[in-house]
Structures are given as structure tokens and as C-alpha cells.
Design a protein around this ligand. Structure first.
Ligand SMILES: Nc1nc2c(c(=O)[nH]1)N[C@@H](CN(C=O)c1ccc(C(=O)N[C@@H](CCC(=O)O)C(=O)O)cc1)CN2
Ligand SMILES: NCC(=O)N[C@@H]1O[C@H](COP(=O)([O-])[O-])[C@@H](O)[C@H]1O
Length: 194
């Protein structure tokens, strides 16, 4: 099987990256991870990627203009041969120019049921609002933050006594399951249900 090449962008622990990587090890998986890149050279996910034999790239965004940092990240991604980009806890808002170069080929996993709670601190806001559920959304990335076409969602019940941390831990389980399914459907052009 010819597999689609995916670059995964992270900023931290990279558990979503790990979930995509291990999903890609299945023989029927239509994608492979060809690069793990980060805006934080200290991101723990880079250590795992290297241990798993996946090429990595890291460039701190600190003291670098956003557009220049994006250009460097884009160059590394294209150098890797990646055909798709998966943001996996990548904590930088991308410039319109970067996004335009990957229109329809870049996805993100967001820890809320979009369009509710774009941006950060999603679990905190869902709990404070008294919502019955939080959840996860996988969507195409557009210039507008967390606003792209939705590829899949999983609701996660909020239980009495939940803190942002306890809810985040359950949502992360749903993220790990949903992301690889949505990415596989995307790269194969499969429009069926998630
Ligand atoms: N142009 C786009 N860029 C990004 C998108 C997107 O949809 N369009 N998704 C985000 C992912 N994300 C939420 O899912 C997100 C990441 C980061 C931020 C943010 O406010 N970042 C700040 C820095 C915050 C920090 O360092 O803690 C910033 O970039 O200045 C909001 C939402 C990825 N990019
Ligand atoms: N707005 C982006 C955002 O908040 N992303 C969230 O960061 C976490 C990264 O975890 P990971 O590094 O273990 O995959 C995940 O929960 C992901 O949804």
C-alpha cells in the first residue's frame, strides 16, 4: 500500500502524536508519520519520536517573528516530503500564508465541541458554563482560529466534581481515538462517517 506522508506538529508531551504514530504502525493504516516538528526544542514528544525512529525538527519561536518562524517550519515540513500536516497540541496560531500553503491538507485536534470554546482553556469554560458535555473536535485548519470544516467530534460527559484536569484526561482518551480515524478518512478521501 502506498501510504500518505504526514508531518505532525507538537508543542509539548505529544500524546496525540504518539497515538497517530502507533495507529500508523497498523498494516492497513493509509498514512505514515515522516516528521515530528515543534516550536519548543524541549517538547517531550520529540524525545519519543526520536526513540521511535521518526525524524524531528525543532525551532523555538521565542524572539522570532511569527511569519519567519512559520516559514522555517514550512520549509522543514516540505523537506520531509510530507503531503499532509497534523497539528497535535501545537500551540501557535499559524499565519494565513502558512495555512494557504496547506489548504485542505492540514488538520487540528481541538479539545472542545466546536464551535463552542475556540482558543484555549476549553475545559475550564465548559465546566464553568455548566455544560453537560465537553469533548473533542478534529477539523481542517483555516486562517480563522479553530473555524475550519469539522471532520469529526466526540462528546465527553462532564461529571460532578470534574476539574479542568480530570475532564482533560477523559477528553484526551477520546482525542487519541478520534484523530487517527479522521486523518485516515481524510487522506483516503473517505467521506463516510467518522
Ligand atoms: N491559523 C490557525 N492556526 C492554528 C489553528 C487554526 O485553526 N488556525 N489551530 C490551533 C490550535 N489551537 C487550538 O486548537 C490553538 C493553539 C494556540 C492558540 C494560542 O492562543 N496561541 C498563542 C500562544 C499561546 C501559548 O503559547 O500558550 C499564540 O500563538 O500567540 C490558540 C488555539 C493551532 N494554530
Ligand atoms: N488549542 C490546542 C490545544 O489546546 N490542544 C490540546 O493540547 C493537548 C495536547 O496534548 P498532547 O501534546 O499530549 O497531544 C490536547 O488536549 C489537545 O487537544
Amino acid at each position: 500500500m502506498i501510504r500518505e506522508k504526514v508531518a505532525v506538529l507538537i508543542s509539548g508531551s505529544g500524546t496525540n502524536m504518539a497515538a497517530l504514530l502507533y495507529a500508523s504502525r497498523a498494516e492497513d493504516c493509509p498514512f505514515e508519520i515522516v516528521l515530528v516538528a515543534s516550536n519548543d526544542p524541549a517538547a517531550k514528544g520529540l524525545v519519543l519520536a526520536e526513540a521511535e525512529g521518526v525524524p524531528t525538527f525543532a525551532l523555538s519561536h521565542k524572539g522570532v517573528a511569527r511569519a519567519e518562524h512559520d516559514k522555517a517550519m514550512d520549509a522543514a515540513i516540505r523537506e520531509s516530503g510530507a503531503q499532509w500536516v497534523a497539528l497535535a497540541g501545537y500551540m501557535r496560531i499559524l499565519t494565513p500564508e502558512f495555512v494557504a500553503g496547506w489548504e485542505g491538507r492540514m488538520v487540528n485536534v481541538h479539545p472542545s465541541l466546536l464551535p463552542k470554546y475556540t482558543g484555549l482553556h476549553t475545559h475550564e469554560r465548559a465546566i464553568e458554563a455548566g455544560d453537560s458535555h465537553g469533548g473533542v473536535t478534529v477539523h481542517l485548519v483555516t486562517a480563522e482560529l479553530d473555524d475550519g470544516p469539522i471532520l469529526g467530534q466526540t462528546p465527553v460527559a462532564i461529571i460532578p466534581g470534574d476539574t479542568p484536569e480530570t475532564l482533560a484526561a477523559r477528553v484526551l482518551i477520546a482525542e487519541h481515538q478520534l484523530y487517527s480515524r479522521c486523518l485516515a478518512h481524510l487522506v483516503t478521501g473517505d467521506k463516510s462517517a467518522q
